[in-house]
Design a protein around this ligand. Structure first.
Ligand code: SF4
Length: 431
């Protein structure tokens, strides 16, 4: 594997995506002159299992949104410090004196409002980059089993139901109200539902929310639930309005999957993720489904194999850089190395390119918890294949613009979201 030296010591000015990767790996210290209580979105939530940091935007060839680690132990030794002066916020690489201007997205006004149920909207939905994320249902069942079977890196159980954290068992009504506020005031175009493990009922739980968002708020909708063997339910959730499905299998190496994901190993198995992702990708078409993995826990060669597998089935890889979040079972583990992560994200882009997986077509979806395939474009060296791929993506973007515009308007959904269809009628349609 090619080793690329960490950019930090030689003081070379980094491309935005390189800075993003290095900040994920080394974290960010916050200078005492910063006024983040005034200027930033709340940055204390241990949301989404791997996110607990500071949302910021790195301007570059394209703006890159990221959630920079600021709380974890490893961040204390970071060479990067966030400063505020009369020019605004910037990240200083102290050893070299190199500065990078950044923007700190402010908290939206609706965070402080209450839904009609009385719950503060900030406890219902959260902005992660430019999209709106909702956790649905009870806290993930792996956190409540005895002994606990939670994924070792995960912080969801520390947040859902905790004081000031995510409200469990949200109602459709309050979710729709929050989504409407975020659509109108924050320009959100993508709503994402995540359920953790709901003992097999993840898609049933999400369906009424998906339908309500499509009918009342009008947004693109993504769903991430534990995989089901009842494959006909993927047809159903798409009929209810899901535009995107993601499958979070985390680790490609089966031995690491078993060791770090005890609940997923015991109750689901890695193969269930593969079968469901392959089915959903055939059902929805190339680039509509994603496979989510974490880089920095298993050997990098396994991560690269995982990326190739995901793109080979027509899905796109969503790769998180492992973050040892405080309070999790892995809080004292080492953060990954920049050199390895750079290789991973160059591979993400090249693997999408090789398999013709379309990326970056949907409007205004910037995901702060991961380095997106589109972020990684600059890591791939110029080649005729890259030129062709980029030209094709430009054409596709122009062609699907009107389709996305129509999908962002509220529309009637015929499917019954309260009642999944009988398996005998539709099961295996794409199998
Ligand atoms: S399935 Fe794993 S990563 Fe997801 S919420 Fe449960 S414990 Fe966390």
């Amino acid at each position: 594997m090619t080793r690329i030296p960490s950019p930090a010591p030689n003081g070379r000015r980094l491309m935005a995506v390189e800075l993003e990767i290095d900040l994920f790996c080394q974290g960010l210290r916050v200078d005492s002159n910063c006024q983040l209580e005034r200027d930033a979105r709340s940055y204390v939530k241990a949301r989404a299992g791997l996110g607990s940091g500071l949302e910021l935007v790195i301007p570059g060839k394209r703006d890159i949104w990221m959630n920079a680690p600021v709380h974890e132990h490893f961040t204390a030794n970071s060479p990067y410090v966030l400063r505020l002066d009369e020019r605004g916020y910037h990240v200083l690489h102290e050893p070299s004196g190199t500065e990078y201007a950044v923007r700190i997205p402010p908290a939206p006004a609706w965070y402080e409002r209450k839904a009609s149920t009385g719950t503060p909207m900030r406890e219902i939905g959260v902005l992660q980059g430019t999209y709106l994320g909702f956790y649905l249902g009870k806290a993930c069942a792996f956190w409540n089993s005895d002994p606990r079977e939670n994924c070792r890196f995960c912080a969801t159980g520390l947040n859902v139901g905790a004081p000031g954290g995510d409200k469990p068992m949200k109602t459709v009504e309050e979710v729709v109200e929050t989504a409407k506020a975020a659509r109108a005031e924050s320009g959100v175009s993508f709503v994402h539902f995540n359920t953790g493990y709901q003992t097999g009922a993840g898609l049933d739980l999400c369906a009424p929310f998906v339908k309500a968002i499509k009918e009342q708020a009008g947004a693109l909708v993504g769903v991430q639930a534990a995989p089901t063997k009842e494959l006909h339910k993927y047809d159903w959730i798409v009929e209810c309005g899901a535009d995107h499905l993601s499958f979070c299998y985390e680790l490609h190496n089966p031995a690491y999957f078993e060791r770090y994901l005890p609940g997923k190993h015991k109750h689901l198995g890695q193969d269930a993720f593969f079968k469901a992702m392959e089915y959903a990708s055939r059902l929805m078409g190339k680039g509509r489904v994603s496979g989510e993995i974490i880089a920095g826990i298993e050997p990098i060669e396994d991560t690269l194999r995982g990326i190739d597998y995901i793109t080979s089935v027509g899905a796109f890889p969503t790769v998180c850089i492992f973050r040892p979040v405080i309070g999790t079972d892995m809080e004292h583990a080492e953060s990954p190395r920049y050199e390895d992560m750079r290789v991973v994200f160059q591979h993400v882009y090249e693997s999408c390119m090789k398999n013709g997986v379309p990326i970056g077509l949907a409007p205004n979806i910037e995901v702060s918890l991961v380095v997106q395939p589109t972020d990684a474009e600059e890591l791939a060296p110029p080649s005729w294949r890259k030129t062709l791929y980029q030209a094709k993506l430009r054409l596709m973007r122009a062609a699907v613009g009107a389709i996305f515009e129509a999908q962002l308007k509220p529309r009637r959904i015929k499917a019954d979201a309260e009642k999944p269809p009988q398996p005998s009628l539709t099961s295996g349609r794409r199998g």
